[in-house]
Structures are given as structure tokens and as C-alpha cells.
Design a protein around this ligand. Structure first.
Ligand SMILES: Cc1cc2nc3c(=O)[nH]c(=O)nc-3n(C[C@H](O)[C@H](O)[C@H](O)COP(=O)(O)O)c2cc1C
Length: 401
């Protein structure tokens, strides 16, 4: 594959040959799968979350469902999966094999424990096996083991700080990453406590607890497990805006490195996560949908973007958009922005007229004969609803007067 430049990035002193890492999930739950992904060009993998030997992982099937849009399957993926059924004794062997075969790849292991001794045993055994980084799941949507039943550890700042400190005190060599949930009121306060606990980085963030939809014939929500369902973890495209906001909030308020995950389906999404502060990106849903082969597009797309936008390295992307994010009260109050419709591009659908009439400022008339939209600049406040609903990308533009 043609590589345009050095795409390497660094997180907590660990070098990744490119920013693309497999997130802890089914694509990293078998040794041969990870081997195949590494050979195809993935820079690293977080092995699916493991646990101490005697912990019970009671999986339920079917476990997947999706939010589909009219022309698109899996805009969002819902899962009721749990952590891996493979215990630490299997994962430590896998870490050994992978590090021996692929010394240049970053092998991360994800762990979840309940008592202090469990968290610490997991860390020590993985470190001994040669893992490069340890990620701690504080954000399984089915609830964390041992803490409040059904709650996520990452929703409790004090508990997160305490467990981060346990893990960190057991780790002699490897950086410790805490995988957080965005499902909290003030994410930077939680991350600040995690940092005080000693964590080296955070993984932002995990799936979003959701109810995936309801079958109107059976009245049972998805996924239907013999007449009952439960809340899913939502991933994929639909959650990218939440991930972007989460990473931006953390990066603006807490000085801690971030590995980003949540809604990255292509290289553009990956660049966006880096622009708000992620040092690298982890993917799951895109791989579960399209396979490991997307790594080629990710690498070529990123390379081209860097080339055409004069970035010498992906590291230069990190946080570059943050200066453009401000609180609402600091945004310029400018009444002189108006919508402009390009008649040559207009497909005469009238959607902008309807949206403006019933959801805006009644500023777009619709000519019955020509079926063209006519903007009344005196009424137009420049809200951009028309541009948002227009099916033609660049037919309506917003212009400062
Ligand atoms: C089926 C499934 C299983 C997952 N299992 C785990 C897990 O064991 N540990 C974990 O930390 N995250 C787990 N995740 C979350 C992913 O690692 C990832 O953070 C999340 O899906 C968001 O990224 P995405 O939008 O690219 O999928 C799982 C996700 C899915 C879809």
C-alpha cells in the first residue's frame, strides 16, 4: 500500500505506527483475528476486556440491534454484550504471543475487576506478560463488576479515583488508561479525579446506554430475548457528536492524554476526534460492519489530508480545533447573516420553504409555477435550518451581509 508519510503518533510515551487502533470489542476477542488485523496494518489493539479467573461472564444472545436510517443500515449499533468470556490466563498468553510476533505493534489489554486485589492482580499479570498499555473499563453499559449494581464505575468520581489509584499503584512499567463514560453531568470533573488517582490517560469514551427501539407488533424492545429486552450500549456514527464533545471538554479542562473512541467510521471522523484532542483513535463498529480492510482507506485518507493541508504529522492535528470552541455567551451576536439559494442547484423540492414556514421565520416563499425558493432577507435571521434540511449539499449558502 502506498504510504505518503510517517503517520506515527505517540500516547503516554508509546509509539503507534499510525493513529488507528482496534477498540476492546469482538474484533479483538480472538488471537487469530488480532494477528490478521496487525498484518493488514492496524497499529495496535485493545484486547477485549478480561477479568480474573473466577469471575462469571454470563452472555445473552441475540445481543445486537441497530438504528437504521432510510438509506443506511447501522447508523448506530446497539449491543448487550459483556466483557470477554476469556479470563486473564488466556489473555496473558495472547499478549505474550502477540508481542513476540509483532514487537512493533501496540498490544493493550482491557481489564475489569471488582475488589482491589482483582484489579491489581490483573495489572501485574498483564505487565509481566509484556503488555504495552492497560486500559481499565470504568464504563461497561451493563454496569461495572462489584460497584453499585447497574451503575458504571465511571459515573462516580470518588470511586473512579480510588480504583485508578489501585491500578496505578500496581503498574510498575506500563501506562494506565481509564475508559470513561460520557453519561455524566460534568465529564471534566470526573476525569480530573481520575487524573488525581494517577491515571496516565483516558479513553473517551465508551458506548452510550440506550433503548434501541420497540417492535410495534410484539411491543418488545430490541434486541428481543424471548420476550424481554434490556438497555443496549449504542456505538457507531450516531454517537460521534457525543464523543467529540466529550473529548473537547476534557482537553479544554484537564491536562491528560486521550485515546478517542466512539463513532469513528472513516478517516474524516478520525481526524475530527484528533482535532478536538485525541492522540489516536480506536474503532469498533466500523470494523464490525466493514471488516479490518478499512485500514487501507483510513491510512490513505489521513495521508492525503495531511499532505493537502500541510500537516507534517498527525500529531499536529491534536486539539487544533479547540480554539474554535467557546461557551455560548462568547459567540459573536451578528444579525447580518442570510440564506442564499442557488437556483441552478435547486431541485425544487420545497423542503426549505416548509421547514422555514413551520419551524423557522417564514422567510422563504415558494413559487408555485417555477417551484423555486425565494428568500425574504428582511425576515431571514440566518438560523441555517433551510441549509440543514436541503437535500442538495451546497445549494443553500449562508452569507454575511
Ligand atoms: C459488541 C461490542 C462489544 C464491546 N465490548 C467492549 C468491551 O469488552 N470492553 C470495552 O471497553 N468496550 C467494549 N465495547 C466498546 C468499544 O470498545 C468502543 O469503545 C465503542 O463501541 C465505541 O466505538 P465505535 O463507535 O467505533 O464502535 C464494545 C462494543 C461493542 C459494539
Amino acid at each position: 500500500m502506498y504510504r505518503y508519510r510517517d503517520l506515527s503518533v505517540e500516547l503516554c510515551g508509546v509509539r503507534f505506527e499510525n493513529p488507528f487502533v482496534l477498540a476492546a470489542a469482538p474484533p479483538t476477542d480472538e488471537l487469530d483475528m488480532v494477528r490478521r488485523a496487525f498484518r493488514m496494518g492496524w497499529a495496535g489493539a485493545v484486547l477485549k476486556t478480561t477479568h480474573v479467573e473466577d469471575a462469571e461472564v454470563d452472555l445473552v444472545y441475540p445481543m445486537m440491534s441497530s438504528v437504521n436510517m432510510k438509506d443506511r443500515r447501522v447508523a448506530g449499533l446497539g449491543n448487550i454484550d459483556l466483557i470477554s468470556h476469556y479470563g486473564i490466563e488466556v489473555v496473558e498468553e495472547r499478549v505474550r504471543s502477540l508481542k513476540e510476533e509483532f514487537p512493533e505493534k501496540v498490544v493493550m489489554a482491557s481489564i475489569m475487576g471488582s475488589r482491589k486485589e482483582e484489579w491489581q492482580e490483573l495489572v501485574m499479570r498483564l505487565e509481566e506478560a509484556g503488555v504495552d498499555m492497560i486500559e481499565c473499563s470504568f464504563s461497561c453499559p451493563q454496569g461495572s463488576m462489584g460497584e453499585r449494581s447497574g451503575a458504571m464505575l465511571g459515573q462516580d468520581g470518588e470511586a473512579s479515583k480510588k480504583v485508578a489509584a489501585w491500578v496505578k499503584s500496581a503498574a510498575k512499567r506500563v501506562p494506565v488508561v481509564i475508559k470513561i463514560t460520557p453519561q455524566v453531568a460534568f465529564i471534566s470533573e470526573i476525569v480530573q479525579m481520575i487524573k488525581e488517582g494517577g491515571a496516565d490517560a483516558v479513553c473517551a469514551s465508551n458506548t452510550i446506554p440506550s433503548l434501541m427501539g420497540i417492535d410495534l407488533e410484539t411491543l418488545v424492545p430490541y434486541p428481543n430475548v424471548r420476550g424481554k429486552s434490556t438497555y443496549s450500549g449504542l456505538s457507531g456514527s450516531l454517537i460521534k457528536p457525543i464523543t467529540l464533545r466529550t473529548i473537547a471538554e476534557i482537553k479544554k479542562n484537564v491536562d491528560i492524554p486521550i485515546t478517542g473512541t466512539g463513532g469513528v467510521m472513516n478517516w474524516k471522523d478520525a481526524v475530527e476526534l484528533m482535532l478536538v484532542g485525541a492522540s489516536n483513535v480506536q474503532l469498533c463498529t466500523a470494523v464490525m460492519h466493514y471488516g479490518y480492510g478499512i485500514i487501507d482507506d483510513l491510512i490513505v485518507g489521513l495521508s492525503n489530508y495531511l499532505e493537502t493541508h500541510d500537516f507534517a504529522s498527525p500529531m499536529q492535528l491534536i486539539g487544533k480545533s479547540l480554539p474554535h470552541i467557546a461557551s455560548h455567551d462568547l459567540l459573536e451576536r451578528n444579525p447580518h447573516i442570510k440564506a442564499h439559494v442557488d437556483d441552478d442547484k435547486c431541485v425544487r423540492c420545497g423542503l426549505c420553504h416548509i421547514a422555514c414556514r413551520d419551524g423557522g421565520h417564514q422567510a422563504i416563499d415558494f413559487d408555485i409555477d417555477s417551484r423555486l425558493a425565494l428568500v425574504d432577507e428582511d425576515k431571514c435571521v440566518g438560523c441555517r435550518l433551510c441549509r440543514t434540511v436541503c437535500p442538495v449539499g451546497d445549494c443553500i449558502s449562508m452569507r454575511y451581509l
